[in-house]
Design a protein around this ligand. Structure first.
Ligand SMILES: Cc1ncc(C[n+]2csc(CCOP(=O)(O)OP(=O)(O)O)c2C)c(N)n1
Length: 543
């Protein structure tokens, strides 16, 4: 059989059943081989969109995402999305067609391995017809086991050669790594002694809610998440929501007053810890992570526990001594219920003169949109509004692709998130800059019939730059734009479109929600943007 067929059959045999991509001559046969072996193919209109959709799908399903791209420009077009995935440790396998080794003068020739390595992905290759199926299997397993983004170069001459039908034996599932008993005991002792412990759970804790809640109940800890794990403790009376730039005043106050902060599968990076400001003087820090290299990578830690989150939480629970009530009291519970959500924090509405306050808009949409939702967020000044004012039902309800801080990824991410969770309402939250950058995927949303709500926080500018440079008196002509009728652009793609300047303009949103939701809805919200956001200033400090 052809190597391209063997590779497709091998990957399908390993579990690849959904493939995102854009097909050119170099990845035509492999993609068709995957389809012939039962995989669904999702065609995007730009390779960056395909990469983002595959990334979001992998985040939403917890499985290896598959991206298929043409040689040369197919791969370079996908690179921003691949970089986001690589920096987020998304298990993603990129099937990247490549020129033949001997085609040294090919116009498509690029150094695929160097390109992959430069963005933090793992480079692998189909080395020969005889090894190709094993090469593909190795690449898939690297993505799966090490949670890495792997770029598999597939030279055209190798793809076109003949090989024996592949025989790739299945590998039994691996158990997650248990913590060392001494390390678990150290954490158990620290929690036993702590008076005000707070857990900060990250992406690595997304499957660990039950074990973490049980431990937190036993030692009186409050529960928070990093932005990527928003929703993990939804519904718990002790849920503080997101730690970091998006933390509400009460959340920040309670984390800062903790005497022990435990990061669970969280890097405790500058965003999550507000450059360390959320760690009070004298507080101890513990970190649990199944990747030992992540421990202490962003800040000093007092207690290091390499190990799987859920297993560690159970081991620590078993080793707890007599705990105090910890941080929990009836009074605090009532205060959390009253104050912890951003929407319960008073603000002065800045709407009027043809623009709506983005907080007012988002709170109202939070009430209107069904709770069973998955929200994907683009980057920009606006991004705190949906992150802070839209609730999500659980950790699967939030797709936050900010590891590379690129604008223009949010719409495509929402596509992958929607396909991963077809029973939820997909919501894309974008700035006008990011929306117009990634607009080609609006055709994909329409073509796939996704019942998506696309909220565009339209300030007719690259607001992040306006607010960063404006106060210093710089000219802003390069970052301001004339009005664009994004609702009409949406209608042109086949969506329903509505322009919103006041709450009174939301009638068509209610109508759309009433059904049949047979096409996506674009909400072009002309938003007030008098001043920049504090999370943006926080972000610029990291530049
Ligand atoms: C690909 C890319 N180009 C440029 C930037 C720099 N940048 C950061 S935020 C931003 C403005 C985004 O504008 P918009 O999407 O309208 O959101 P807003 O900031 O106005 O809320 C820009 C250009 C970036 N992060 N990524």
């Amino acid at each position: 059989m052809l190597v391209s067929e063997a590779v497709g059959a091998t990957l399908a045999g390993l579990g690849a059943d959904t493939v995102f991509g854009l097909v050119g001559s170099g990845n035509f046969h492999v993609t068709n081989a995957l389809i012939a072996n039962g995989a669904a193919f999702v065609a995007a209109r730009h390779e960056c969109g395909a990469a983002c959709a595959a990334d979001a799908w992998a985040r939403g399903t917890g499985r290896v995402g598959i991206l298929s791209v043409h040689q040369g420009p197919g791969l370079t077009n996908a690179l921003t999305g691949i970089t986001e995935a690589a920096k987020s440790r998304t298990p993603l396998l990129v099937l990247a067609a490549d020129v033949a080794g001997a085609a040294v003068r090919s116009n498509f020739r690029i150094d695929v391995a160097a390109l992959a390595a430069s963005v933090g992905a793992v480079a692998d290759r189909l080395y020969s017809p005889a090894t190709a199926a094993a090469d593909a299997a190795r690449a898939y397993r690297t993505a799966q086991r090490e949670r890495r983004t792997v770029v598999l170069a597939m030279p055209l001459d190798v793809q076109a050669a003949q090989c024996e039908p592949p025989k790739i034996p299945p590998v039994p599932p691996l158990d997650p790594p248990a913590p060392a008993p001494e390390a678990a005991a150290r954490l158990a002792q620290a929690l036993t002694e702590a008076e005000r412990p707070v857990f900060v759970a990250g992406r690595g804790a997304r499957a660990g809610r039950a074990a973490l809640e049980e431990l937190a109940d036993a030692c009186g800890a409050l529960l928070a998440t990093s932005a990527v794990a928003k929703g993990l403790f939804h519904g718990s009376p002790w849920d503080l929501g997101v730690s970091g730039g998006f933390a509400s005043p009460l959340t920040a106050e309670l984390i800062t007053a903790a005497d022990l902060v435990v990061g669970w599968g969280s890097s405790l990076n500058m965003w999550t810890m507000r450059h360390g400001k959320l760690i009070g003087p004298g507080a101890r820090v513990a970190q649990v992570d199944d990747d030992a290299s992540a421990i202490g990578a962003h800040r000093p830690v007092d207690i290091a526990v390499p190990g799987d989150v859920a297993q560690t939480a159970r081991a620590v629970l078993a080793g707890l001594g007599m705990c105090r009530p910890g941080y929990r009291s009836g009074e605090l519970q009532a205060r959390i219920a009253r104050e912890v959500r951003w929407r319960d924090v008073p603000y002065d509405d800045q709407g009027g003169d043809g623009v709506i306050d983005p907080r007012t808009l988002t709170i109202t949409l939070d009430d209107l949109l069904p709770a069973e939702r998955v929200v994907a967020i683009d980057s920009g000044n606006f991004m705190g509004y949906p992150s802070m004012f839209l609730s999500v039902p659980d950790e699967q309800g939030f797709c936050f692709t900010q590891a590379y801080q690129s604008i223009g990824l949010g719409l495509a991410s929402a596509i992958g998130a929607a396909i991963a969770q077809p029973d939820r309402l997909p919501v894309a939250a974008l700035g006008d800059g990011g929306a117009l950058m990634g607009i080609s995927e609006l055709e994909t949303v329409v073509r796939l019939g996704l019942p998506m709500v696309i909220i565009v926080y339209d300030d007719e500018a690259y607001g992040a730059e306006v607010h960063h440079f404006g106060p210093d008196g710089f000219a802003l002509d390069t970052v301001r734009f004339p009005p664009a009728d994004i609702a009409a652009i949406g209608r042109g793609f086949g969506c329903a479109g509505v322009t919103v300047r006041t709450l009174g303009d939301l009638g068509p949103v209610r109508d759309w929600l009433a059904g049949p939701r047979d096409r996506p809805l674009v909400i072009d919200a002309k938003v007030a943007s008098a001043s920049g956001s504090w999370w943006l200033e926080e972000a610029f400090r990291g530049h």
